[in-house]
Design a binder for this molecule. Structure first.
Ligand code: AP5
Length: 218
């Protein structure tokens, strides 16, 4: 039976950084709702143009659009043995829709939800210093995780850029939206006995080790 994992935590907690490492270790696809929206935004698809309006304001893309997009992605064959979800679900309606779609598609259920906890001042510092690779979305930080050559991705040599939603103003709104809409999911998954609290205010490798040991036996 497929084992699905959901990464939870505020913007900048390190979900994407950890999810990439964990997906490789577990041999399952990393499905990031934010990455799919940004790919569509770059390609100027209808979905991308629609989502971009919300993303650039730091608001959530409407549930119906997001749920349909994730359902389509999860229904693919590469997710048959499990998937690592990053950035979805983010609202109560999305969490319920995820349970329904996993059941409909016969893809098992959510078995673990690592929730990365980081103080708010650290989140702002991480997001405003983040640099993202244009070609494949590799993530760096100008101080905490710098590339070898400033402005150039270590992995594919493409340009590093600052995401438009990583300004102090938009980051502050994203954190507010997280508290209002996403934090309630901590209780939702805690009640189901699958929440794993992870101290994210440590170096990247230490956080990764913390997640791996929390997942032992899942
Ligand atoms: P999304 O892309 O999901 O953004 P997010 O949740 O705000 O998360 P981030 O990507 O900002 O942070 P992260 O936790 O992945 O941190 P990272 O690893 O990069 O969503 C963007 C937008 O899309 C949303 O605002 C919304 O509009 C829309 N959207 C997406 N999903 C949606 C949904 N389900 N419903 C509706 N709308 C949706 O790390 C951050 C920085 O810190 C990096 O520079 C990294 O190098 C550094 N860092 C990481 N770990 C450490 C560490 N341990 N120590 C020091 N530095 C670290």
């Amino acid at each position: 039976m497929a084992k699905q994992i959901v990464m939870l935590g505020p913007p900048g907690a390190g979900k994407g950084t950890q999810a990439k490492m964990l997906a490789e270790k577990l041999g399952v696809p990393h499905v990031s709702s934010g990455d799919i929206f940004r790919e569509n935004l770059r390609a100027q698809t209808e979905l991308g143009r629609h989502a971009g309006v919300y993303i650039n304001r730091g608001e959530l893309v409407p549930d119906d659009v997001t749920i349909a997009m994730i359902r389509e992605r999860i229904s693919r064959r590469d997710c048959n043995d499990g998937v690592l979800l990053d950035g979805f679900p983010r609202t109560a309606a999305q969490a319920e829709a995820l349970d329904e779609m996993l059941s409909d598609l016969d893809k098992g259920q959510v078995v673990a939800v690592p929730c990365i906890i980081v103080p708010e001042d650290v989140l702002i510092e991480r997001l405003t210093g983040r640099r993202t690779c244009r070609a494949q979305g590799h993530v760096f930080h100008i101080a905490f995780n710098p590339p070898v050559q400033a402005g150039v991705c270590d992995f594919d040599g493409s340009e590093l850029y600052q995401r438009e939603d990583d300004t102090v103003e938009t980051v502050t709104n994203r954190i507010r939206v997280y508290h209002e809409r996403t934090q309630p999911l901590i209780d939702y998954y805690q009640q189901r006995g699958v929440l794993l609290e992870i101290d994210g205010n440590r170096p990247i490798e230490a956080v990764f080790d913390g997640i791996l040991s929390a997942l032992t036996g899942v």
